[in-house]
Ligand binder design. Structure first.
Ligand code: IMP
Ligand code: MG
Length: 173
């Protein structure tokens, strides 16, 4: 893809099982509670679609955007959070991410949310997590897979805009 080679790292069937496992944990942790999911576009769209089919709670979902990444290294340039219309005051909020890498995006989002609202609780669910490059202390409560520091695509994750459609999670060779 483009100038890089990728190979399958986590096949689709395993990804689906991991997402179901995350959904089960959320279902049991939030039993009897109403949740607002805040999905961070673009990368989270496939994770979110798969996850939400398995969520049994009374819930709403809001799609927001924030861009902080260029090419295959984290630039750390975080732009504004856009598209959040819901009032999060007093709500149980779960942020949905495709991948948490350095954690700068997450940190920025958390700050914006806590500046503007007082949610009852905030948790984070991410399809992938790169613990070796994580630089923040916010807990990532629900993780599909921990992955090494290599660049991955597929399941919504892109390389310069390409590869989001890949049904397996693929790793740069
Ligand atoms: P962070 O702010 O460094 O945690 O980066 C978060 C964002 O960087 C993610 O939401 C992705 O959009 C992007 N990102 C980080 N690692 C990868 C990767 O391996 N493949 C594709 N995108 C990535
Ligand atoms: Mg993202």
């Amino acid at each position: 893809m483009l100038d890089k080679e990728f190979k399958v790292s986590i096949p689709c069937s395993r990804v689906k099982l991991a997402v179901e496992h995350v959904a089960n944990r959320i279902n049991s942790d939030y039993t009897g509670k109403e949740v607002i999911f805040v999905a961070i576009l673009n990368g989270s769209f496939m994770f979110v679609a798969e996850l939400m089919r398995k969520i049994k709670l009374t819930c709403r979902i809001s799609f927001v955007k924030v861009a902080s990444y260029e090419g295959d290294t984290s630039g750390g340039i975080v732009r504004e959070l856009i598209g959040l219309k819901e009032d999060l005051n007093g709500k149980h909020v779960i942020l949905l991410e495709d991948i948490v890498d350095t954690g700068f995006t997450l940190d920025h989002l958390m700050r914006q949310i806590r500046t503007n609202y007082s949610p009852e609780s905030i948790a984070v669910a991410s399809l992938l997590f790169k613990p070796q490059s994580y630089r923040k202390s916010i807990p990532v409560n629900y993780v599909g897979f921990e992955v090494p520091n290599d660049f991955v695509v597929g399941w919504g994750l892109d390389y310069n805009g390409y590869g989001r459609n890949l049904e397996d999670i693929c790793i740069m060779c």
